[in-house]
Unconditional design. Structure first.
Length: 94
């Protein structure tokens, strides 16, 4: 939820008045726009590529096997059994 606070907020009146400009800004900046109604978030407009990436990520997270592996890895890290980032970067040549 905190991530949304970094987004641009636009009221319904400004949306109607400046839709073309807002869509142009969206394409250039790549940041989503939160549409408000009476000062409260009502909808989000986002770049199509970002939307498709989000949909793909949701598909992955809905796979029970993926979630199980992710949770197991998280527990390993908490127990100090994870691989240090420096080692991963070195192996990947980063």
């Amino acid at each position: 939820m905190k991530e949304i606070l970094r987004s641009r907020f636009v009221g319904m009146h400004e949306l109607r008045k400046n839709l073309s400009k807002l869509l142009q800004d969206l394409a250039e900046e790549g940041q989503e726009i939160v549409i408000t109604r009476q000062g409260k978030p009502a909808a989000v407009i986002m770049d199509v590529e970002k939307y498709l990436e989000a949909q793909e990520a949701l598909k992955e997270f809905s796979d029970p096997g993926y979630l199980t592996a992710l949770l197991e890895a998280k527990m390993e890290i908490r127990r100090g059994e994870g691989v240090p980032a420096e080692e991963v970067f070195r192996e990947k040549g980063l």
